[in-house]
Write a protein that binds this ligand. Sequence first.
Ligand code: C2E
Ligand code: MG
Ligand code: MG
Ligand code: MG
Length: 293
Amino acid sequence: RAKSKGRGQFTRYLAGMDRRAQNRKKLEVSLRGAIAGGEIHLVYQPVIELQSGRVKTVEVLSRWKSPSHGFVSPQLFIPLAEESGLIHQIGQWVLEQSCREAASWNDNISLAVNVSAIQILRPDFPETVLRILEETGLDASRLELELTETVLVQEADLALQTIAKLRKNGIRIILDDFGTGYSSLSYLHAFAFDKIKVDRSFIMNLRKDPEKGGSRADALVRGIVSLGQMLEVPVTAEGIEEEWQAEELRKLGCDYGQGYLFSRPVSIAKLRSIIGMSHGFRSSDPTPARSIA
Ligand code: C2E
Ligand code: MG
Ligand code: MG
Ligand code: MG
């Protein structure tokens, strides 16, 4: 009995694996037609200079609304696009659309685009980016490419060459989600990033009253911010949801902030009204972002 029960469980386990693999395959097939079908669209989230409250950068984020699967998170479809090779097509489309949009903004606002390891390791990537800048009329100095640490570890030499080419042309390279991957201080030095983004998980774990014994996250955020200052690399904190977090980060000397407190990722129309505001996001305002976004 026990044996047949065990076998039954194993069969169910296999069937479950099968189902998951099939679902993944289905999702991949749908993703293949998603761009042509107009199912992918872009949203934009402002990055604020914490001292002045002004929007300095806007990060573009992809959204997929599939007729058969509903809203699929980028945390799911980006890895799928990477595994299937679709990321090149999607990534290029994101760059083209967002650079064209950003070219129409006030010229002191930059655009930040997330780029996958797979994309950057393709030898023609720098040429593709430069061609898109040319075509859309966006100045290279207004483009930031956000990379995560996995790139650096896997193909460090190739990544270094590509990054050097991009930077030589005036494009800035940002280290995204700092602290979650395989960060090593030597990478930080070798790659000479133009900005570091502290991962949201550290901001989430900040504590309200550090006087009463700061948490580990406090120490880490403080450490990353001072590391940035020593290396003269500006630091951005992502995932700021509360005013006290912004205040704490401002006190620590963190340069930029991004999160729901200021604005959620929004449509182009909403973004344009946000960056059209002259006064920016002041902490003295009664949570301005909430009434806007
Ligand atoms: P990321 O680049 O670290 O982007 C920040 C993520 O945090 C976004 O999630 C954003 O919506 C979310 N976020 C921002 N502020 C807050 C906040 O205050 N609270 C909380 N809880 N979340 C906040 P999203 O849009 O789901 O994207 C997830 C990840 O997917 C991105 O992380 C990025 O790595 C990747 N991704 C998104 N779009 C693209 C794309 O076009 N290309 C590539 N290669 N990756 C993309
Ligand atoms: Mg990012
Ligand atoms: Mg990030
Ligand atoms: Mg993140």
